[in-house]
Design a protein around this ligand. Structure first.
Ligand code: ABU
Length: 379
């Protein structure tokens, strides 16, 4: 870490320009303030339908063994250290870092419709999205994530008191009718075939989306259908954002879809990474708008690395500090080389143990404030 701190921060990150407390229109403008998640208090969820669908069959034993208990302490300690070091690096680049409250997610709770225990506050990207001057809490679709927003409530209240527009999207009841229980029980191949035909584990009975199924390109936002984002959720988002923003649905041959940020990742105006294992079906839309789509480099992660909730394509789940500077996982050398060849300054940071919790730099952050304003990028 000492070496990393010697890197020269980009002067634009240190400017004192006055911005609204919440202000972020895209994934690449100069970053000023960010929420970084925590693994302290994380618990292993019970195998509810949506989690059963999204996890990988070889991991079921882990969930059966630990469901409802805190995540194993040795995993928490090493991932917490990686996150703390990442926060210090961001601060060294002039970025204000905020953290969620620590909550014991192993507590059980009961609503009118179900009983569950919680998960974690490691991935603010899943629950929060900033669109311009507004911060939106996503409805979410896992019962274990019903109360995840609570870890961010004190931050939301602070932003609100300081003038932010704060919205909580309606949460689904997460009653039994919301899930296709049979879908979750089907063998993987059958689930994949159904997903290909547009069937997902959640139904369209009530709006649902995870914020991480949306990616921001200024006036244009791209969203994917997934096992946590349904059509009525996308309709809610479109209607809520109104004419100022355009919400486009994009598709990928990803038969276990949950979160767009290991499939489509914009880097700067006119350039985005795409996942070569799940090439975007709407490439033409981007080409017509003058965007180059570059294949991400595969991960260097060993096959036996414990990955309970995401794929190794989180190697492309990077965080842009500005249009020229990108944080990339330290051992993902092919991704680093690709980005350097594209002209970026790369900041390598250790986060591999955090992958085990289901994400990387984009997932573990929510950019609350970036310099910049609403712009169009050719769409
Ligand atoms: N939660 C982000 C990672 C999604 C994926 O593995 O594709």
């Amino acid at each position: 870490m000492e070496n990393l701190l010697k890197l020269e921060p980009n002067p634009s990150l240190l400017s004192n320009q006055t911005l609204p407390v919440v202000n972020s229109y895209n994934e690449w403008d100069p970053l000023k303030e960010v929420i970084v998640g925590r693994v302290e208090g994380a618990a292993v969820p019970h195998l509810e339908p949506a989690l059963l669908t999204n996890s990988y069959p070889n991991n079921l034993g882990f969930f059966q063994k630990y469901a409802g208990q805190p995540f194993p302490q040795e995993l928490v300690e090493i991932a917490a250290k990686e996150l703390n070091d990442f926060c210090h690096i961001l601060e060294a680049f002039g970025v204000t870092v905020r953290r969620p409250d620590i909550i014991d997610f192993s507590k059980t709770y009961k609503t009118l419709d179900f009983e569950a225990s919680g998960f974690y506050a490691a991935m603010p990207r899943d629950v929060l999205i900033v669109v311009g001057n507004e911060i939106i809490e996503a409805p979410m679709a896992w019962r274990s994530r019903f109360f995840e927003y609570r870890a961010y409530r004190s931050l939301m209240l602070e932003y609100f008191r300081r003038g932010a527009k704060w919205t909580t999207a309606p949460k689904p009841s997460m009653s039994d009718e919301f899930y296709d229980f049979e879908f979750a029980q089907k063998p993987v191949e059958e689930r994949y075939a159904l997903t290909k035909k547009g069937h997902f584990v959640i139904r369209d009975t009530e709006p649902s989306f995870d914020a991480a199924d949306i990616v921001r390109f200024g006036r244009d936002l791209f969203v994917q259908r997934s096992h946590v984002t349904n059509n009525i959720g996308i309709t809610w988002l479109k209607r809520h954002l109104g004419d100022t923003f355009r919400v486009h649905v994009v598709n990928f041959p990803d038969y276990n879809p949950m979160h767009i940020d290991a499939s489509l990742v914009p880097l700067r105006p006119g350039l985005a990474l795409i996942n070569p294992a799940r090439p975007c079906l709407e490439k033409e839309l981007f080409k017509k708008a003058g965007w180059d789509l570059v294949d991400a480099a595969p991960s260097t992660l060993p096959d036996n690395w414990p990955m309970y909730m995401c794929s190794s394509w989180v190697c492309m789940n990077i965080l842009s500090l500005d249009p020229e500077t990108i944080v990339v996982e330290k051992q993902e050398e092919p991704m680093q080389k690709l980005l350097k060849d594209l002209g970026f300054k790369v900041i390598p940071v250790d986060l591999r143990h955090l992958y085990t919790f289901g994400g990387s730099f984009h997932c573990v952050t929510c950019d609350v404030r970036r310099e910049g304003k609403l712009e169009e990028y050719g769409f």
